[in-house]
Design a protein around this ligand. Structure first.
Ligand code: PLP
Length: 385
């Protein structure tokens, strides 16, 4: 233990190879083609990768770059990639199974195989953003959709989900209670769950969701030829972390140092790393970082995140606002970036690590380090003061 909030992963040897077990979770094959296919979507464009040289200088590293997912699809979060593409994947594989043909995005959108696709009713539990993405997918392809929300999800997020035509069921409990209720009701009604988290016997949709997230990692490597030496990635259940870690590990000549960042009260990855197996969070996941408010990891992601994330760290609630402010009101010359409480968590992790000497040294950060952060959501509520 370097500090009470930063711990090394004893399993993550640099010599570890990206093998079959990892490829089952995150398959890099076909991702460039998927990015090409996305060009058929009228509103899609790669998101910016901002350079923050003034901040890098202040923190004592060579470069800080922020992949700005607040710009994704005009949707405001990276989650747009997961739910929409997983709904598409479910429908196109149903058509494929029925007729032995490959269907493209446009054909499913046009309703070319309505006799198959319209049978599907989609559902998911969500803290907000994933539900909005599944709702957007269902709307795009003309399917009914039911989203289960925990009680802490904001009214704005509920409105945004309803605006995409989905029905919303509020659960008087946390995210994990919403998952349990979604499973029960979907089984009763024959709805197809598009979950971003996996469980025993259920991993097809979460793998499609992560495949969608790989698009952002692919965009980073295409734009940033030099590649990062360090990646700070925030985790809820671990889908985003698995996609980013898995994709970069698979395609880069050298695996960067990966640091997984979580809220103190939702430290399921931090605890799982220490235990060497999936383990519940120590707290009740009561955090302003709604997208990260998970008490359990997605078990399917273990071979990537559990084996190859180098470090796990937690951040405190009062570190969120300063990180959002730093992005919104940057140092001289750096671009301003609008982030939400979960979106800025990687930035909060980096600044925490850079202000404590023991952590800075342990992570081998120095004047040569090139750091990647992911602003996973934009500012969907109020501006940070
Ligand atoms: C904005 C934001 N960032 C990060 C995450 C974490 O993603 P995952 O649950 O896949 O770890 C989420 C999840 O909902 C999110 O909404």
């Amino acid at each position: 233990m370097v500090t009470p909030w930063l711990e090394k992963n004893p399993r993550a040897a640099k010599t570890l190879k990206f093998g079959r077990e990892q490829q089952y979770v995150v398959n890099p094959n076909g991702i460039p083609e998927l990015c090409e296919e996305l060009k058929q979507c009228p509103r899609h464009a790669p998101t910016p990768l901002h350079a923050l040289p003034a901040l890098a200088g202040r923190l004592g590293v060579a470069e800080v770059r922020v992949k700005d997912e607040s710009q994704r699809f005009g949707f405001g979060a990276f989650k747009a990639l997961g739910g929409v593409l997983a709904v598409y994947s479910e429908l196109s594989s149903a058509v494929g199974e029925a007729y032995h043909v490959n269907t493209g995005f446009n054909e499913v959108m046009r309703g070319d195989h309505k006799e198959i696709t319209s049978r599907y009713v989609f559902s998911t539990a969500s803290s907000g953003n994933h539900g909005r993405s599944v709702a957007a997918g269902a709307k795009l392809f003309g399917n009914r959709c039911i989203i289960f929300l925990p009680k802490f999800t904001s009214a704005e997020k509920e409105t945004a989900i309803r605006a995409r035509g989905a029905e919303v069921i509020r659960i008087d409990g946390d995210y994990d209670s919403a998952v349990a209720e979604c499973k029960r009701r979907s089984q009763e009604n024959g709805w197809t769950i598009i979950s971003d988290t996996s469980w025993e016997g259920y991993d097809k949709a979460p793998r499609s969701v992560m495949r969608g997230y790989c698009v952002l990692a692919h965009e980073v490597v295409t734009e940033w030829r030099q590649a990062p030496t360090h990646v700070f990635v925030q985790a809820g259940v671990g889908g985003l972390a698995a996609a980013v870690i898995g994709y970069l590990w698979a395609v880069l000549p050298m695996r960067p140092t990966f640091v997984v960042v979580e809220p103190e009260s939702a430290d399921c990855w931090f605890r799982s790393n220490r235990a060497g197996k999936p383990t519940l969070a120590s707290g009740n996941a009561d955090t302003v970082m709604g997208g990260l408010a998970c008490r359990e990891i997605s078990p399917i992601t273990w071979p990537v995140v559990g084996e190859a994330a180098d470090w796990f760290m937690t951040i405190e609630e009062d570190q969120v606002l300063p990180a959002r402010r730093l992005l919104a009101h940057p140092l001289d010359g750096d671009p301003a970036i609008a982030s939400g409480p979960s979106g800025c968590a990687g930035m909060a992790g980096l600044t925490r690590a850079c202000t404590e000497e023991a952590a800075f040294k342990a992570l081998k950060l120095d004047r040569h380090s090139r750091v990647l952060l992911i602003n996973s959501e934009g500012n969907l509520g109020e501006e940070p003061a």
